[in-house]
Design a protein around this ligand. Structure first.
Ligand SMILES: *Cc1c(COP(=O)(O)O)cnc(C)c1O
Length: 466
């Protein structure tokens, strides 16, 4: 493997494309196949994060490419007001045709943010049709991310992304504490005690805004980029669902990043059980990133029969829509990706490889001075860095520790996803590792070795600044 150039290259000319940064130009990626991204200079990067946990079957899969080409040949676009396509019908059938846990309809859009906005509007319409028009409020959590459109951004609390818009967000939104054991469960508290405290806080927020005023509680089943792969503690989601039920509100789970097999089960909430041992089934859930594996932009909603019935027996239509909803090429591509996942039993493989990844991370990094926590599920792992392990004190944000580790890993030829503001939006550092489900043990070892080496270099680089 040849070494990759570092981070970014300075501008020598002004590009027409508005990049994320107006000062630095991203690297030019020339091609990608399997688990590798090939850069302009020929260097190869092992893709250990699939972008943002998107590329679940790697790059350049011929079966998916053929499905896209065939769909484009037969029918590339029709408006959903008048037409449907077999690609869209088949994708919906694959996901909810067997009514898993009562989820009975799918709705496809272009991005995760659109999916969250759609979920918010659907939840509101559900109550509107039931005559509960006074329900206007959404409750979500601090340290959670749901998207960048105004609706989804309003319920998000990824502070750095909110900053210029904070004063013009939707009203009727409030945030409660995240379920983030490493930083926020106190040392004299049991896990059950922690869950009880969070349930009381949510209940108090319902009471504060008005028990019959809330549309939904929205949460990521496993928090993704904001705090780095934070799974809920046992019993947490069931307790939150019980609070929602008590006040007649809906439970919306955002699995745009953690869903579609990433945590080792198709839906991450399948691993969350109530006291009776039943999974915590959401009323509406969102899926995205892994759905199309990065071959096309596609995200979606999966909707429980309970919600569908109210619309069916009421107005008879979801008063919402997009030009590109259920786009045939997107649906055909996602269908092909999901068929590969099913045929190759990649969700099961993901669960097995996840144990391998967790094992290696603990083995190589578990005893390091600045590694506070290693956590995750399936092929969805994060390492949280702290300056002081006893106090769990974060680095000075100016040090940008996580970003330095990510940049060094990239120089060593491995792409991982950095995160800052892990703890509260301003302090805290983590890196996120989310390789394709098709990853093999040898590559996992390669990834963890590179991350360990990058961590050591980062420590040497920042030591002077501590
Ligand atoms: C990425 C993400 C979104 C937003 O999806 P986009 O496609 O970027 O709009 C929403 N929720 C979660 C949990 C995500 O990880």
């Amino acid at each position: 493997m040849r070494n990759a150039g570092s981070g970014s290259i300075a501008y020598n000319s002004r590009p027409s494309l508005l990049h994320r940064s107006l000062r630095e130009k991203p690297l030019l990626a020339r091609s990608a196949s399997g688990h590798k991204i090939i850069l302009e200079d020929g260097s190869e990067i092992l893709d250990a994060c699939g972008g943002a946990a998107v590329a679940i079957i790697g790059h350049g899969n011929q079966e998916v490419i053929s499905a896209i080409a065939e769909q484009a040949q037969s029918i590339s676009y029709v408006h959903t007001g008048t037409y449907t396509t077999s690609a869209a019908e088949q994708l919906a059938d694959l996901l909810v045709g067997h009514k898993p846990y009562g989820l009975s309809k799918a709705f496809f859009v272009g991005s995760g943010s659109e999916a969250v906005d759609g979920a918010m509007k659907l939840a509101r319409q559900y109550f509107y049709e039931r005559g509960e028009v006074q329900r206007k409020h959404f409750i979500s959590r601090r340290q959670g991310y749901h998207g960048n459109t105004f609706g989804s951004m309003s319920i998000s609390s990824n502070l750095s992304r909110l900053e210029p818009y904070r004063d013009i967000l939707l009203p009727y939104v409030s945030h409660v504490s995240p379920c983030y054991q490493y930083q926020y469960q106190t040392s004299d508290e049991t896990t059950d005690g922690y869950v009880a405290r969070l349930a009381m806080e949510l209940d108090a927020e319902f009471q504060r805004v008005g028990s019959d005023s809330v549309i939904a509680f929205v949460a990521e089943t496993v928090v993704g980029a904001t705090s780095g792969c934070v799974p809920p503690v046992p019993g947490y989601l069931a307790a939150m669902q019980a609070v929602c039920k008590k006040h007649g509100a809906l439970l919306v789970l955002d699995e745009i990043m953690c869903g579609m097999g990433r945590t080792g089960t198709l839906f991450a909430w399948e691993q969350e059980k109530n006291a009776a041992g039943e999974p915590v089934v959401p009323d509406i859930m969102t899926i995205g990133k892994g759905l199309g594996g990065g071959y096309v932009p596609i995200s979606g909603l999966l909707i429980h029969e309970k919600v569908v019935t109210v619309l069916e027996e009421g107005s008879g239509s979801f008063n919402h829509g997009h030009t590109f909803q259920a786009h045939p090429i997107s649906c055909a591509a996602a269908l092909a990706v999901q068929k590969v996942v099913q045929r190759q039993k990649l969700v099961e493989h993901c669960a097995r490889m996840g144990n391998v990844l967790g094992g290696y991370l603990w083995e190589y990094l578990g005893n390091e001075d600045y590694v506070g926590d290693i956590r995750g599920r399936g092929l969805f792992y994060a390492v949280e860095f702290v300056q002081d392990k006893i106090e769990k004190k974060s680095f000075d944000p100016k040090v940008q520790f996580g970003l330095v580790v990510q940049k060094q890993a990239h120089k060593l030829g491995v792409a991982i996803y950095p995160g800052m503001g892990t703890v509260d939006g301003s302090k805290g550092d983590h890196i996120l590792i989310a390789p394709p489900f098709t990853v093999q043990e040898k590559e996992i070892r390669e990834i963890v070795l590179a991350v360990t080496k990058a961590y050591r270099i980062a420590v040497a680089l920042v030591r002077g600044a501590l």
